[in-house]
Design a protein around this ligand. Structure first.
Ligand code: BGC
Length: 544
């Protein structure tokens, strides 16, 4: 079996805790990233469907005469349009479903297992898709999106947990970044499918984009049947033989090999240590001091805030409202530009597969936020200067387009993947499923909030900020720099158990220099031998 040595492991003297990475093991772990397609496609397809003429006619009502429609409401088709509240409900109900789905999955993943939760997520999701495809009214489409959202919530929260737990430490960052890559592919596929169906004037125009969602659920659900359950879940359930069997499949080693035995020993010792300090309930996610970077409360706040800040980078302003915004500020060919930004998103993400292991999560987050903030301030300043001179210049249009693309490049190669990678790594096993679930729910909550408030920031009749909105995103990105610098620890090259120990022994700013100096299993056996020696000495004393 081909194998390649971990390149970014810290503390090589302890790298024996894990077997060398094999191509087969790598591919097994990478398959789960496919769940990202579900996430990306589902959040992406609806904006195109809402813009389809047949959809407007079928789901909307006639509010204008056919001719007046174009004048009174340029969005209406033949006078048909849905109400604004319906549009907002159809779009945002998915985030509501995912928010609750993610939270519920946090309990389910500890109860029935990570793999089974993702598979049930695919089943729930498919039920939602049936409702969507069958719908001809908003009243039926909304419950369909809600149910599908719950399924996406299961999948999006637990995939990160599952991937982080099964991946070898040297490539864990790259493997979890693969999930972000799939999100970007999902977004692109949605744009392409919408684009190719939007002229069709039958129900196929919206039913095909909706029905395609089945395919993603089917591939993910069936594929996962062939993957093993997370060994860390088995350890949590005291099923050590199952944990060893699962690890032997994932690492491509015999179940009795020294690698498998040592890794299982380490998982068990670390879990026992953590269980002495933490219990698995939801309440324990909020225990401990906010000043202690290893406390559960601090780790949960880190995960929740990291996902919140990822949304505050402003990325979805481009993906959700990019087309209308570009049109609004006078850029010609806004649809084309939107396709270009989506393509830049896909093409830039793979860079992180290498950089996340080479430079680390923390470095990527700090420099990525600096890059994004610079682009956003530049767009805002050039926009404001052009506006002050009261002429629309082609130059400012180019600045907007070019720096939006560079901004997306920075997001896709840094905050996009790294925010997901870090939340999979910072929680101790007893609360890991719940911590990842809370962080994912935060992503969806802020996704929803920002999606709701953004139109009021840019629309005519409201704040109508134009390119000045980039002053807001530039400032929030500046906060992201400070957040990453002060609060995000460096986790690259460490096993999840070593991350746990590192958090106990360092602060975020000193974390990158930390190297593992002992394993939990060694510490336990040292404790045991110290205890035995003390008991022997006591025994000797009492017999003297
Ligand atoms: C974010 C999404 C965003 C996507 C863009 C993800 O990491 O969580 O909100 O739409 O990246 O690629």
């Amino acid at each position: 079996m081909p194998s390649w040595a971990p390149s970014s492991s810290r503390g090589n003297e302890l790298s024996r805790v894990e077997a060398p990475v094999t191509i087969r093991g790598y591919l097994l772990c990478v398959f789960a990233a496919f769940g990202g397609i579900l996430f990306g496609y589902d959040s992406g397809y609806i904006s195109g469907v809402l813009a389809m003429n047949f959809f407007k006619q079928e789901f909307g009502r006639k509010r204008y005469s056919a001719n007046a429609g174009a004048v009174d409401n340029p969005d209406a088709y033949n006078g048909f349009i849905y109400d604004t509240w319906q549009k907002s409900l159809i779009t945002s109900i998915l985030s509501a479903g995912t928010f609750f789905g993610a939270l519920f999955a946090g309990s389910l993943a500890d109860w029935v297992g990570r793999r089974s939760t993702i598979i049930s997520g695919c089943v729930v999701f498919s039920a939602g898709v049936v409702l969507q495809v069958a719908s001809t009214t908003v009243g039926m489409l909304v419950p369909g999106r809600l149910v599908a959202g719950v399924g996406v919530g299961f999948v999006s929260a637990v995939i990160i947990l599952y991937m982080s737990e099964i991946a070898p430490k040297a490539v864990r960052g790259a493997i979890v970044s693969g999930y972000q890559f799939c999100i970007t592919i999902g977004l692109l596929l949605a744009a392409v499918v919408d684009q190719s169906m939007h002229k069709d004037m039958t129900s196929r125009s919206y039913r095909i984009p909706m029905a395609i969602q089945f395919l993603w659920a089917l591939i993910l659900g069936i594929g996962l049947f062939f993957l093993p359950e997370s060994p860390r879940y088995y350890v949590k359930k005291d099923r050590f033989n199952d944990a060893a069997r699962s690890l032997s499949i994932l690492r491509g080693q015999h179940v009795d090999s020294v690698y498998v035995r040592e890794e299982v020993d380490e998982l068990i010792a670390s879990h026992r240590y953590e269980m002495e300090n933490t219990h698995p309930g939801w309440g324990n996610c909020f225990r401990g001091s906010i000043w202690d970077s290893a406390s559960n409360l601090r780790r949960v706040l880190l995960g929740v805030a990291l996902q919140m800040m990822q949304q505050w980078t402003g990325v979805n302003f481009i993906f959700y409202y990019g087309t209308t915004f570009f049109q609004h500020v006078g850029v010609k060919n806004a649809f084309l530009i939107a396709m270009i930004t989506t393509a830049v998103n896909v093409l830039s993400t793979p860079i992180s597969f290498w950089t996340i292991e080479k430079f680390g999560r923390r470095t990527l987050l700090i420099y990525g936020a600096i890059g994004m903030a610079m682009c956003e301030f530049l767009i805002a300043i050039v926009g404001a200067a052009t506006h002050a001179n009261s002429h629309t210049s082609t130059a400012s249009g180019y600045v907007l387009i070019i720096f939006t693309c560079i901004y997306i490049f920075f997001f896709a190669s840094t905050w996009g993947p790294a925010a997901w990678v870090v939340i999979g790594e910072v929680f101790p096993l007893p609360i890991r499923a719940k911590g990842v679930a809370l962080s994912t729910a935060s992503n969806w909550l802020w996704n929803f909030v920002i999606g709701q408030i953004t139109p009021y920031m840019v629309d005519k009749g409201y704040a109508d900020m134009g390119t000045n909105v980039f002053f807001v995103w530039g400032s929030t990105c500046a906060l992201c720099i400070a957040f990453a610098y002060f609060f995000v620890p460096e986790t690259k090259g460490l096993s999840l158990e070593q991350v746990d120990r590192m958090l106990h022994e360092t602060t975020p700013r000193t974390s990158a220099k930390w190297v593992p100096h002992t394993t939990y299993a060694n510490a336990v056996s040292r404790d045991d031998s110290e205890k035995t020696a003390a008991q022997a000495a006591e025994h000797q004393d009492s017999t003297v």
